[in-house]
Ligand binder design. Structure first.
Ligand code: SF4
Ligand code: SF4
Ligand code: SF4
Length: 208
């Protein structure tokens, strides 16, 4: 795991003391390679921000570094699909799913997508290879913060790593343009002031 904290410029992401990234230390990781890449990217490129801007990167929905309450939090996801023809109704996937997102219907496992957090643990646990990994994805949280007031970032799901860095860059450009009171307004406050939809309109209008 790692959390980058540096203001006003993102130049020195730090690793948590004594621990590596999810990719380096944890078997649960959905996708951790990008943690190392993002660390290198932020080391080598200087992004300016109007005020504190804290990214957090976490390898799976356990979200050990709480990406949901950072300015730009990234969570690795594993998309999976249940192959009903291969399901032997052994119950193992249900046992490992902490969200109770799996039930059984006519002898096969079914997933409740409203409860599933896309961790992929059921796939690893299935002894019959009936739950196939169909892709790696990322959930990004925009505009979260902790401190005196805790704000949850707004979620966007991405299906490819290539979308991550452009989104980060566009969010920073929009934040630089729209922040009031430089050196005082966190992204959460900017979004609260102008509205999330308007902020994202600005983000989506940016051509890199
Ligand atoms: S966020 Fe997930 S992958 Fe990273 S250390 Fe925590 S449990 Fe492991
Ligand atoms: S672990 Fe695999 S075989 Fe067992 S119930 Fe779940 S999907 Fe079916
Ligand atoms: S991906 Fe995770 S949350 Fe979803 S059904 Fe499987 S174990 Fe449960």
């Amino acid at each position: 795991m790692l959390t980058f904290q540096d203001t006003p410029k993102l130049t020195s992401p730090c690793l948590r003391k004594g621990r590596g990234t999810c990719h380096e230390v944890c078997p649960r990781v959905s996708s951790g390679r990008y943690q190392i890449e993002i660390r290198e990217k932020l080391k080598n490129e200087i992004y300016t921000t109007p005020y504190k801007f804290k990214p957090a990167v976490t390898g799976c929905p356990n979200q050990c570094v709480r990406p949901n309450i950072h300015d730009f939090g990234i969570m690795g996801l594993k998309y999976t699909k249940i192959n009903e023809d291969k399901c032997e109704n052994c119950g193992r996937c249900n046992e490992v799913c902490k969200k109770e997102a799996i039930s059984y219907d006519e002898g096969v496992a079914k997933r409740n997508t409203d409860l599933c957090v896309t961790c992929g643990n059921c796939s690893k646990a299935c002894p019959y290879d009936a739950i196939e990994i169909t892709g790696i994805g990322y959930r990004v949280f925009i505009g979260g913060k902790s401190g005196r007031e805790t704000v949850e970032g707004k979620e966007i799901n991405l299906t490819s790593e290539e979308e991550l860095y452009p989104l980060l860059e566009k969010v920073l450009i929009a934040y630089n343009k729209l922040a009031d009171k430089p050196q005082r307004e966190r992204l959460a406050a900017t979004i609260q002031r102008i509205g999330y939809d308007k902020f994202m309109e600005e983000v989506n209008s940016i051509q890199l």
